[in-house]
Write a protein that binds this ligand. Structure first.
Ligand SMILES: C[S@@+](CC[C@H](N)C(=O)[O-])C[C@H]1O[C@@H](n2cnc3c(N)ncnc32)[C@H](O)[C@@H]1O
Length: 214
């Protein structure tokens, strides 16, 4: 299945045989734009995981909450292969995978449809001149508030202290999200990415916001 964005060489990256096998035979977990719209039209609770990497968190949270459909969206093809392979190996019925830039599929998500959103360790773009490439912006906060039901959540994490400040500022700056920094919840697994940050001496910050009426 073609990704929803033209795929660049960089995003394609090198793939392992396991990833190749899963990408060649993705099964029903991999959604097209049309099948994503069909999933959105159903009535199952949906949590969107933006930028799932290799999918470790998606898998853990899907196992913890079998009644909720976890829709993971990422644009890095090898990671898509990893998650599809794990979904198949563990026979996970409540995971769906979308290969896209999340900003290009927001229009497929109806108002108030999401129960929650997770954005763990988005690319930090630490250099000041690259900050405009960061995913968590005021525009995204408003767009996700439109698509998340009242009482729904947005859980974010980063190991870049100054990006945590930005998250607090832009998400907290949207009147329909209330919350901020929290103690790390035990249910959030340590991913390979987070472990690398810890080894480099970086501390993780979790932020949790609730969607309020407005
Ligand atoms: C640093 S990794 C973190 C992966 C994972 N969430 C974790 O905690 O280990 C960031 C991921 O976000 C993805 N990503 C970056 N921008 C994105 C976008 N606009 N839409 C969807 N995924 C994106 C990248 O491809 C990458 O897999």
């Amino acid at each position: 299945m073609e990704p929803l964005l033209p795929t660049t060489k960089h995003r394609r990256g090198r793939r392992t045989p396991r990833q190749e096998r899963a990408l060649a035979n993705p099964g029903p977990a991999l959604l097209s734009r049309e099948s994503l719209a069909e999933v959105m039209a159903g009535d199952r609770p949906i949590v969107l995981d933006i930028g799932f990497g290799t999918g470790e968190t998606v898998v853990a949270m899907a196992q913890d909450d079998p009644d909720t459909l976890i829709v993971g969206v990422d644009m890095h093809t090898p990671g898509i292969g990893d998650l599809l392979a794990t979904v198949d190996e563990l026979d996970l019925a409540n995971v769906r995978v979308v290969e896209a830039d999340v900003r290009l599929i927001l229009d497929v998500i109806p108002p108030g449809r999401l129960t929650g959103v997770r954005t763990f360790f988005p690319d930090p773009w630490p250099k000041k001149r690259h900050h405009r490439r960061r995913l968590v912006t005021s525009d995204l906060a408003h767009a996700l508030a439109d698509r998340t039901r009242v009482t729904g959540f947005w859980h974010l994490a980063t190991d870049w202290a100054e990006y945590a400040d930005q998250m607090d500022e832009v998400v907290g700056g949207c009147a329909r999200w209330v919350g901020g920094r929290i103690t790390r919840p035990a249910a959030r697994p340590v991913t390979r990415y987070e472990r690398r940050g810890m080894a480099a001496g970086r501390e993780s910050t979790d932020l949790l916001f609730e969607r309020i009426a407005g």
